[in-house]
Write a protein that binds this ligand. Structure first.
Ligand code: ZN
Length: 344
């Protein structure tokens, strides 16, 4: 399983929670347990998903995000400077959802290490490549209100600094890839160019492991499906931001390609990056065939050499049933194997 293997597979990050940890097929479901029992249940869930990913044939695995309910708030819980009782109504992702969000009221600090013990535990139980995901600074700033910094760019840099402290510890604990999730990059394209990429690079500063950014069109939930219907026949958001990402120090870009209106030619704008090609649609329960996965990957090879392509999922698999998620993992690995066989 060396670095020379072509089409090494990975996933965007999240996987379904087992029934004993939280209500299945429900995004952001509450934990079933508390305290020590909850910690034990989370760890058991990670062991299950490491085994399922390995059996399916995934090369670079994750903890399936079994340790957290929400990809942004799971990190922010451990960050100082936030008043959780002071809720502000905010239309996030450019008013795609209106929610009550907590408010930043004083300088951002990291109260304690957040995921280090979790990385150590996961690292100890797999020999595969290990990816860890963190929310990106721009997406955090689009999920929290600001009553302290005044400019979103300044608040993003403050979050980037604490993310960087965390990321350095996660690398030391054994993460091979650290991925920042930036769904907001698809929404605020001007800000991405002005300060989003700079904040992302600040978050990844000094890391020697692989660094990645995941930019998707979201889980297959209703608000996202409605939003996608407004985006027209071709989704060209990536076109505006990829040149800035290509010029950045981030190693890998994860994008949505399966059952998507993203023109794959946009991959051609990322000549210096590894491409995590989303070849699994997360908005349907239909399990792709290996041939369908291979067709998406083959289309991507028109715009990037096989050495730079890592087959991946469009986004997280958290809202799906375990059976469907496992089927999709296997389809992804089998599709990649077809590509490898073709490459001889
Ligand atoms: Zn995503």
């Amino acid at each position: 399983m060396g670095e020379t293997k072509l089409f090494r597979t990975t996933i965007a990050g999240s996987l379904p929670k087992p029934f004993w940890l939280a209500e299945p097929e429900t995004l952001w479901a509450k934990w079933r347990y508390q305290g020590d029992e909850l910690e034990a249940a989370k760890r058991d869930a990670v062991l299950v998903w490491l085994k399922e990913q390995e059996d399916a044939g995934i090369d670079i695995v994750t903890d399936g995000e079994q340790f957290r309910i929400h990809f942004v708030h799971g990190f922010l819980e451990h960050v100082g400077g936030i008043d959780w009782d002071r809720k502000t109504k905010m239309g996030i992702r450019d008013n795609r959802y209106v929610v009550d969000v907590p408010t930043v009221t004083s300088p951002i600090t990291r109260k304690r290490t957040v995921h280090v013990e979790e990385v150590r535990f996961t690292r100890a139980h797999t020999k595969r490549g290990l990816k860890w995901t963190l929310p990106g600074p721009m997406t955090i700033c689009d999920t929290i209100a600001d009553a302290h910094y005044g400019r979103r760019a300044d608040m993003a840099m403050a979050f980037a600094a604490v993310l960087n402290e965390e990321a350095r510890e996660l690398e030391a604990a054994g993460a091979d890839v650290i991925q920042f999730d930036e769904p907001a990059f698809n929404v605020f394209m001007e800000d991405v160019k002005d300060w989003g990429v700079a904040a992302l690079e600040r978050a990844a500063e000094g890391l020697n492991c692989k660094t990645a950014v995941h930019i998707c069109y979201g889980y297959g939930i209703e608000a996202n499906i409605k939003w996608k219907e407004t985006l027209g026949s071709e989704w060209r958001q990536y076109e505006e931001i990829f040149p800035a990402l290509n010029a950045s120090r981030i190693d890998q870009v994860s994008l949505e390609c399966a059952a998507s209106k993203v023109p794959l030619s946009l991959i051609g704008l990322l000549k210096h990056k590894d491409i995590l090609v989303g070849a699994i649609d997360v908005a349907t329960n239909a399990i792709e065939t290996p041939e369908q996965v291979a067709a998406t990957l083959r289309a991507a090879t028109e715009f990037a050499a096989p050495e730079r392509i890592l087959p991946c999922t469009n986004c997280g698999l958290a809202p799906l049933s375990r059976t469907v998620a496992v089927g999709k993992l296997k389809a992804l690995a089998d599709g990649a194997a077809l590509m490898r066989a073709d490459a001889g």
